[in-house]
Write a protein that binds this ligand. Structure first.
Ligand code: ADP
Ligand code: MG
Length: 430
């Protein structure tokens, strides 16, 4: 089937009930239907799934979707099944299936019923599955969360490195890689590892114009500063990120004592408590969640009004993802980070216990955060530049939404800062 013969607008309405494509979706889908290798970089919530779901549904054969998390795969399979009367239209293939279930999956694929087959990368390496997949028609292979292939990404999975080898054994199929990680290094890694230098790349803007970026120097008064900030945002939902579980507990308690409804969230709490605290936040029984970075994956609360970083994040990439949980509905989102050089040293010390390669990457990422914290230029411009995006700090959307632009530093202050930064860079060079 040729892409020209498919009315993708009609299919969009039929399967998903939407009357318009979002952002670059239409272009991406057309590229994939034309059998091009395709690379998609869109922020979280941009609508990446539909970029492979729709082409899979309207073509002959089965599309293989590689995804790192079983929970994510299950969600997507349930969602796809709800679009069709045919249960077998989407399947998951993983280690949790029984023999009977596997037989059912295989028979649905062979019968041409299954349009989407979700697999974890480690399942795809199984010889038995590879041998089977070689015998059935495939439409394409989608690699979701493709940044997992890169050590420079925030979620490196070694098994992703093997994907290209396996895909090669499946014959000539187009590949679509998708990620919300926008750093040029990660992108390069993805294209290289998937041997997709020829891919057509679609990159959406990462500018979040409704977010206000601010950095404050961390002093011993940080707790009262945070309390004041929250009281100024009374009745609004917010997240406070801390580096350690201990700090999470301590800050949550300080807030409670000061009459702010807050709950802690970290991987040291049992699953039941975590789920309860997450629900309380989603249902607005509490205003604030104090959390480690364990909190946030898959959290889709549209009206988070502030994200505070009590400690500096490990990388600007993580900072972008974590602050990105604010203002999903397009309304106000205040992103406040506290910065002290002591925190940098703490993180460095932590990194120095790691294998050398990991250390080097860790230091490099950390120094970018330091530069962001210390800069006197437009923070939005700085962040977007980090993602390889040009931003005009005078006319760009959201240009005045940061502390540096609102209150520009005098030349003398700015020069002091540069000197300080040089000092930092010198000190952190190991
Ligand atoms: P991503 O994977 O890029 O983070 P998702 O694929 O999870 O994003 O999509 C985010 C949301 O956008 C979902 O709720 C999805 O239903 C919605 N969405 C996707 N495409 C469209 C569209 N064309 N019109 C309206 N909503 C859409
Ligand atoms: Mg996604």
């Amino acid at each position: 089937m040729n892409s020209n013969e498919i009315d993708i607008h009609k299919e969009l309405k039929k399967y998903f009930g939407f009357s318009q494509f979002k952002g670059l979706q239409e272009k991406v889908i057309t590229s994939l239907l034309n059998k091009q290798n395709t690379f998609v970089i869109m922020p979280t919530g941009g609508g990446k799934s539909l970029c492979y779901q729709l082409p899979a549904l309207v073509q002959e054969g089965t599309a293989i979707v590689v995804s790192p998390l079983i929970a994510l795969m299950k969600n997507q399979v349930d969602a796809i099944r709800s679009l069709s009367s045919e249960n077998g239209i989407a399947h998951v293939l993983n280690s949790s299936l029984t023999k009977t279930e596997i037989a059912q999956v295989k028979s649905d694929i062979s019968a041409g019923i299954t349009k989407l087959l979700y697999v974890a990368p480690e399942s795809l390496t199984k010889e038995e599955y590879v041998a089977f997949l070689q015998t059935v028609p495939l439409s394409f292979v989608a690699i979701d969360e493709a940044h997992c292939i890169s050590e420079w990404g925030h979620d490196f999975r070694p098994e992703y490195r093997n994907l290209k080898n396996i895909i090669k054994q499946l014959g000539e199929v187009p590949i679509i890689g998708l990620t919300a990680t926008a750093t040029p290094k990660v992108q390069e890694d993805i294209l290289k590892n998937l041997e997709m230098a020829n891919a057509t790349t679609f990159k959406a803007s990462f500018n979040r114009a409704n977010l206000f970026y601010e950095v404050r120097t961390k002093t011993k008064n940080i707790e009262s500063d945070i309390i004041r900030f929250i009281k100024q945002h009374k009745g609004k939902s917010g997240i406070i990120y801390c580096l350690s579980r201990k700090k999470v507990e301590a800050i949550a308690e300080v807030l409670q004592v000061n009459g702010i409804s807050a709950v802690p969230y970290h991987a040291g709490l049992d699953a039941k408590t975590r789920a309860k605290h997450q629900d309380m936040f989603l249902m607005e029984d509490v205003e604030v969640v104090v959390a480690t970075i364990a909190f946030g994956m898959g959290i889709d609360k549209p009206d988070v009004r502030f994200v505070i970083h009590h400690d500096i994040p490990k990388s600007l990439e993580s900072y972008y993802q974590e602050t990105g949980r604010a203002g999903r509905d397009g309304g106000e989102g205040h992103c406040l980070a506290y910065y002290s050089y002591k925190d940098v040293e703490k993180l460095e010390k932590f990194l120095s216990g790691k294998p050398v390669a990991e250390q080097e990457i860790g230091f490099a990422l950390l120094h970018e955060v330091v530069a962001y914290a210390e800069t006197s230029m437009s923070r939005r411009k700085f962040l977007l530049h980090y993602f390889g995006e040009e931003f005009d700090s005078e006319t760009g959307e959201g240009a005045d939404m940061d502390d540096n632009v609102r209150n520009p530093k005098t030349k003398v202050e700015a020069k002091d800062e540069v000197l300080k930064l040089l000092e930092v860079v010198k000190k952190t060079k190991h």
